[in-house]
Write a new protein. Structure first.
Length: 138
């Protein structure tokens, strides 16, 4: 029995979404492997494509500096306000306001303020609920 093939249309997404997709595919493939299920090679190829895209910058060739989706455990767990601002596409001042308003949870390590990656992802996931985020002028 042959499995019918379909054309998967690829569309443009932001860098963070590409990284999420790559991590999700990687974790799914790991889960399948743990369950002793051999995924189709096309799924592995899709993971490789997502990984390649997630690792490249806006010009398609420059490596990104904010973590490696192949190994989610090696991604930075704590981010600076500047890194959070870059990922959200807002100013560091906006990140400071989000923290002060209690919209985004931060932790203090000595004199340093950091945002847990998990808290940032939770905040982004909840954005669909009608929250307004001030973006960088530019």
């Amino acid at each position: 029995m042959t499995v019918p093939r379909v054309r998967l249309l690829i569309f443009e997404v932001d860098e963070l979404t590409a990284k999420h997709l790559a991590v999700a595919l990687h974790r799914h493939l790991e889960d399948l492997q743990r369950a002793d299920y051999m995924p189709p090679e096309s799924l592995r190829e899709l993971e490789r494509i997502a990984l390649r895209q997630a690792r490249s910058g806006p010009d398609g060739t420059t490596p990104t500096p904010l973590g490696d989706p192949v190994h989610p455990r090696l991604m930075k767990l704590l981010l600076t306000k500047e890194e959070v601002a870059e990922l959200l596409g807002v100013s560091p001042r906006t990140v400071t306001r989000l923290i002060a308003n209690g919209d985004l949870t931060a932790v203090s390590i000595g004199r340093n303020t950091r945002v847990r990656r998990a808290d940032l992802e939770r905040y982004v996931d909840e954005l669909g609920g009608g929250m307004h985020v001030e973006t960088k002028a530019g």
